[in-house]
Design a protein around this ligand. Structure first.
Ligand code: PRP
Ligand code: HPA
Length: 189
């Protein structure tokens, strides 16, 4: 670890190697599951947090596929996400009849994904799968209902810490860490 940025981290939960190994496993599973699908799946990354996971994941999926982005705005700040999010950046592509894989860095309360799934369903998608690198099931407030024959892919279950790195921020910082960790308490402010 180089100084300055890394010196803000109290504890590393997953190293870069562990992350990339797991991403490759998930990509193999998705490749298998969608190999027989009649048309290419559409990977929809949830901005901003999913950007690194989305990039690493799609490079490892051995299938023709499309990529788009959405952004959901929750009204929380800092370490809290509260209330129902709204869509603040909509898809560029037409998703009607598509098999969508929603790509997230982390699922916490489930509010962001539920809102996005509802939005996609209203646009007439054939299925929605979730691919979340981290999951905090103990924090769930809303049940995540997949669409059609959608599946739930996940990297790891995350203990109940506020984590940063691999796309995830605290106050818009630390997204560029190639590993996932917990900040020293003096930096959570
Ligand atoms: O399950 P939930 O409780 O809804 O929380 C998960 C969401 O919160 C974070 O996004 P955030 O709104 O912080 O935006 P970001 O992706 O730009 O960091 C994270 O990237 C997920 O999208
Ligand atoms: O632990 C977290 N880290 C970063 N962003 C988040 N959004 C929900 N939970 C988290």
């Amino acid at each position: 670890m180089s100084m300055s940025l890394d010196s803000h981290i109290e504890k590393v939960l997953w190293t870069q190697d562990q992350i990339l190994d797991r991403v490759a496993q998930i990509a193999s599973q998705i490749t298998l599951d969608f190999k027989a699908a009649p048309d290419p799946p559409l990977f929809v990354g949830v901005a901003t947090g999913a950007f690194l996971f989305l990039a690493d994941l799609v490079k490892k999926v051995q299938l023709p596929l499309s990529v788009d982005l959405v952004r959901a705005q929750s009204y929380g700040s800092g370490t809290l996400s509260n209330g129902a999010p709204s869509i603040s950046l909509d898809l560029k592509l037409d998703v009607k009849g598509k098999h969508v894989i929603l790509v997230e860095d982390i699922v916490d309360t489930g509010c962001t994904l539920s809102c996005l799934i509802e939005h996609l369903e209203a646009k007439g998608v054939s299925s929605v799968s979730i691919c979340a690198f981290l999951d905090k099931p103990m924090r769930r407030k809303v049940h995540i209902k997949l669409v059609g024959d959608g599946k739930f892919y996940k990297g790891f279950e995350c203990p109940d810490y506020f984590v940063v790195g691999y796309g995830m921020d605290f106050a818009e910082l630390y997204r560029n860490l190639p590993y996932i960790g917990v900040l020293k308490s003096e930096f959570y402010k």
